[in-house]
Design a protein around this ligand. Structure first.
Ligand SMILES: [Zn+2]
Length: 157
């Protein structure tokens, strides 16, 4: 696996890799925030920034549409949908209509509590949109986390 991008904050840690045709992300939710039910501003924030994510198809256990699912789902599952929707939108702006498949999985018997694996299968051409989508998704996730946890910590220079 070739490492692509990494990110670390008070809220979560992410590393991403290229593995053959797939992009694999390892996501660790910190402070026990593993579900969006602890992040009450999730739906409102997404409505403002990326409402099209509500229309994405989601195959979850309960068969809920993503607009309902988003209120109580794993934080990594939210990240998965944000990244693929940003990629789809960025490709659309370039005149490319694409479909991306992704899956979020976890095994806390084997791996640390709060850790997830996200696997993204995107057409080769769409990989150029990954970096921007990764960064845009992180900004949005930080906004959602910080609204729930109070103001972000200030750095004194
Ligand atoms: Zn889903």
């Amino acid at each position: 696996m070739v490492n692509i991008l990494n990110y670390k904050s008070e809220n979560f840690i992410i590393s991403s890799y290229q593995k053959g045709k797939e992009i694999v992300l390892f996501f660790l939710s910190r402070n026990n925030t593993i579900s969006t039910d602890k992040l009450p501003k999730t739906a409102d924030t997404i409505e403002q920034v990326l409402p099209s994510v509500f229309n994405t198809t989601c195959y979850n256990d309960q068969g809920k549409c993503f607009k309902d699912e988003i209120k109580n789902t794993e934080t990594a599952h939210l990240l998965e949908h944000l990244i693929i929707e940003f990629m789809v939108q960025k490709e659309k702006m370039r005149g490319n209509k694409i479909t991306i498949k992704a899956l979020t999985s976890w095994n806390w018997n084997k791996n640390p509590f709060g850790s997830f694996k996200i696997t993204i299968k995107a057409p080769q051409v769409a990989k150029r949109s990954f970096k921007d989508s990764f960064n845009a998704s992180i900004s949005l996730m930080e906004k959602i986390f910080n609204q729930a946890n109070g103001q972000p910590k200030q750095t004194v220079h």
